[in-house]
Design a protein around this ligand. Structure first.
Ligand SMILES: Nc1nc2c(ncn2[C@@H]2O[C@H](COP(=O)(O)OP(=O)(O)OP(=O)(O)O)[C@@H](O)[C@H]2O)c(=O)[nH]1
Ligand SMILES: [Mg+2]
Length: 213
């Protein structure tokens, strides 16, 4: 099964004053937890960075260094400030695998098992004619940024974002409403739930760093 991944790395990270991907956790950048794992698993990926006219030289250099280090594709949101859907669309454009794994840049405890467990559902999804596979927690909370999408869902996304050329930010939920999702119990993906922990604030960054000590 040919799979490729999109690592979303273009959020504003308002809750931590920006620069989420290149915040240091333990001994490396936050984004590298996802990138290193994908490399180890031989899953090709594209990183989608922000499309931002005011990007600092430091940030541009970090992106350039990242590109040199990983030799994977990097790209930028087709339009800035449109949220993760624009990131997914921008990433899908440069990939041609049948199934595309969408991941965030802020889950340092992401694991090989969690990704493999998700991938295992592809056969079922295809049999049931589902075009995305989305973990769901007991309380109904879903993990659409830790999910698999068929590349064919890009057409849906393209149409949605074109129709919505105005200002409103479409949500992941809007997108999924237009798909046929296979929801899987998040416990079947990662029993401990650790893989889904994402870092949103400087406080959380501090806490995760102390856990690595
Ligand atoms: N390419 C791209 N990725 C995005 C965009 N918005 C969010 N993401 C990514 O989606 C993942 C989850 O983002 P959030 O934590 O919800 O949002 P954030 O913008 O990073 O942070 P907050 O501003 O604090 O909500 C992260 O990996 C983000 O980098 C976007 O507009 N474009
Ligand atoms: Mg987050």
């Amino acid at each position: 099964m040919m799979i490729s991944a999109i690592v979303l790395s273009g959020g504003k990270a308002r809750r931590m004053n920006g620069e989420k991907a290149f915040r240091v956790v333990n001994d490396k950048y936050l984004i590298e937890y996802t990138a290193d794992l994908l490399n180890e698993m031989n899953i090709p990926f594209v990183i989608v960075f922000r499309n931002d006219g005011e990007k600092s030289d430091d940030t541009k250099n970090l992106e350039k260094d990242f590109f040199k280090k990983y030799r994977q594709t990097i790209t930028w949101d087709l339009e800035g400030n449109k949220g993760p859907l624009m990131g997914i669309l921008s990433g899908m454009r440069v990939l041609n695998a049948k199934w595309i794994l969408v991941l965030p840049c802020d889950m340092p405890l992401i694991s090989r098992d969690a990704i493999n467990n998700l991938i295992k559902y592809i056969d079922i999804a295809e049999k049931e004619k589902k075009n995305c596979i989305i973990p769901m927690h007991e309380n109904g909370y879903i993990e659409p940024l830790f999910s698999l999408y068929m590349r064919s869902s890009m057409e849906v996304l393209d149409r949605m974002l074109n129709k919505n050329s105005s200002n409103k930010n479409l949500s992941m939920r809007n997108f999924i409403e237009h798909l046929s999702p296979l929801y899987v119990d998040a416990k079947k993906i990662d029993e401990t739930g650790r893989a889904f922990i994402n870092i949103n604030t400087l406080e959380e960054l501090k806490r995760i760093n102390s856990k690595f000590q």
